[in-house]
Design a protein around this ligand. Sequence first.
Ligand SMILES: Nc1ncnc2c1ncn2[C@@H]1O[C@H](COP(=O)(O)OP(=O)(O)OP(=O)(O)O)[C@@H](O)[C@H]1O
Length: 797
Amino acid sequence: MLKSEDKVADSASVKRNRSLSASFKGLFRSTSSTNNSTINIKGGHPNKIETQTKRTANPDNSILSKLTASKEHELHTSRNRSAVTSPMSANADNTVSPVQSPKLSGKHGVRTVGKMTLSRAGSMNSQESFTSDYIIEEEDDEEENLGDHQRRQRISKRESRKDSTSPVGIDGLISLDARLESRSSQESTESVENKKCSNNNSTGQIFNRSRSRRNSVKANSSNARRSLSLKKVNSFSSINSANNTNSSIMSSPKPPYIRGRAHADTISATTLPTSRNVSEKDKEELKCILQVESFKVFENGSHEHNLKMLSLVSGNVDTDKVKSPTGNNLFSFSGIFKNHSKADEANADYQITPNKYENAKSLIPPKRILACKTTDKVDKYRSRSRSNGSTSSDDDEEEDGKIPEVVNSKAAVSSPELKLINKLSEKIHNHLQIKTVTINNNTTLDTSGENEIPAFSDLYGKSIGHIGHGAYGVVSVCARPIKYTDIPPLQAFTKEGKIFFAVKELKPRSTDQVEKFSSKITSEFIIGHSLSTSHTSLNNNGTMVKTSPPPNILKIFDLMENNDSFIEVMEFCPSGDLYSLLTRKSKGGTALHPVEADCFMKQLLHGVKFMHDHGVAHCDLKPENILFHPNGLLKICDFGTSCVFQTAWEKHVHFQSGAMGSEPYVAPEEFIQDKKYDPRLVDLWSIGVVYCTMVLGHYLWKIAVKEKDALYASFVEEITEDKQFYVFEDLRHVNHEINRLRRIALYKIFQWNPQKRITVEELLHGPWMKHTRCCVSYRNSDILPVYEEKRRIGMNK
Ligand SMILES: Nc1ncnc2c1ncn2[C@@H]1O[C@H](COP(=O)(O)OP(=O)(O)OP(=O)(O)O)[C@@H](O)[C@H]1O
């Protein structure tokens, strides 16, 4: 634990100041507490501390911890690094948690594998970088000093030796060339397997990416062969038969030699044909060139996710035989928001290109319950603002008696939300304080008393089991048969004639203060619902435009009140969360393929950018809060700790103070006492950590505080002294160029000085993401070109 004299704040004593306008500051602001044992890093959300404690304080029980321990061990052993156990990392049984890995020795124990300075990174230009198909990533010092001619001679000599170095990658990446080589040596098998792979329903697994470095060595590929295969993949798309592929590979001229260490990455995706160049016939016959457990890459560079569904829904669900655990509904708040309509869907700014999203049809939300007029809301805002007092300049305007002008029409929190916040807060307080509230279970009421809504089970079906545990209760799945009233396109997940919902029960714990619980529910529902609903805003030309939320925000349908709890109804994500994906038993818990991770990264950035554009920062981005559909569609969930840094009436971004989130993902500036930070930039730091967790399979560090974490301290030291971090330098990708761009981006993300950190938007616009294939096309986006490609017949629509 931190000492009191440390500059780093003990977050227990830090009260998070949510930057909401004074009118509803009290609703979202976490209640401060002096109870160190409960608050810790989570600030106003002690629940999360407990979750965190579960996962870090007891690494023996953590799958991820074990996984990391073994991976760290493997990594360190392979580099001949002597391990020095961090003082904070010793466990009873000598296991090492993800963040308790041994500190590296020597000059941080890092072997210099190539210089990648921050200044150099800043000068990178994506246009330049793509002028060459083969990027030389690393140079040994000696070679760097040679002239071109000498270097070429040296390279050709080396190449002629045909050394047998393995084209291995790290963390279980199998090299594509090794795979290709395997093809050539196993012609008959390959042809069968290839057929399997090009069949969308194939379960055949040609290449197992979970192979270790050692195993990869057995793939007996050479540098020369790697280069060769790299060259050949470029012509891969024009080859339709497996036999032709092989012969073409073998007869191809040798490509330039790639200097430096052996790499798993041998394909430049930039050289792969785009689908626009591929005829319909070719599309049908596109071959799978890489298949891992739930992920395939096709010869044109496109990919397909096929994530496993939770067993709860993968079987046949008989919803008639299960009971609703949630009882009858009492109040529904959902109707205050605009309903999604067909028109909204048609105007959606995105398009899911892979497998047709089975459930991409719309669920009709419950009846509209409240309809509030803008003037009412503004009045409410003003009166609350006055009664609470105000501090910001925006609020001062109201003190003058003027109606606040909407300056940010995109903001997630504007008049309708404010109205709902008031209503909801009142209701929550009443509900929690007047425990004896008598409610007739046979009657369903809404907040206005105008409409009657059906019973819970009629709306959302019956529970078929639990899928998660949140800090305030369980998350379960409810299902019911699709009704004729469910007009497509449905927004909820459907399968075999049934429609599914995730239902989170929010129950105050005895120790909870009402305000804290109220804040959690209010944030969770209002922000979640607002973000997942279409908004109308002014564009640059001054015309009103309707913006649809990106597909990467979990849809929040409803909030209901039960006898002793609140029930939030959400879109159900049948493939679970990223944490489960990274720790899944079937894989023994390994990292994701970099192409898969990049796709997820792009989706995550799109989702978070959308949040930021609407004045909301998530503040707790971590694998547990990232959910998936089987087609790889990513959903950001859990807005319970999100902060509104800019409402519709505010011109300026409010900075925050106090640490929020889960330790390994929290940005360093959050730990600095009394430091105000930009919540958007801390989100980006968390995204960076999430990305590294995806590709490494373990945490980067336990906490971004030098005094507390040896790994983080070594990161800071390395960057300071060498301008590089071995973890980033050692990352491998199937594409050299993307690997380089990614490395540059990582250095820009992991700037401990937030002022130097790249923003979400810059990252999304940047070369790495620009050249990253994503299975979601964001139509009408100025960020991404629309992928009009239809990679495989049957994958779209
Ligand atoms: N819509 C959903 N679809 C599928 N799984 C879900 C869904 N919502 C939640 N889960 C599962 O339940 C777990 C807990 O949910 P969630 O994180 O929302 O709870 P919480 O109370 O906010 O937890 P905490 O505050 O500790 O982060 C998630 O990690 C996820 O595995």
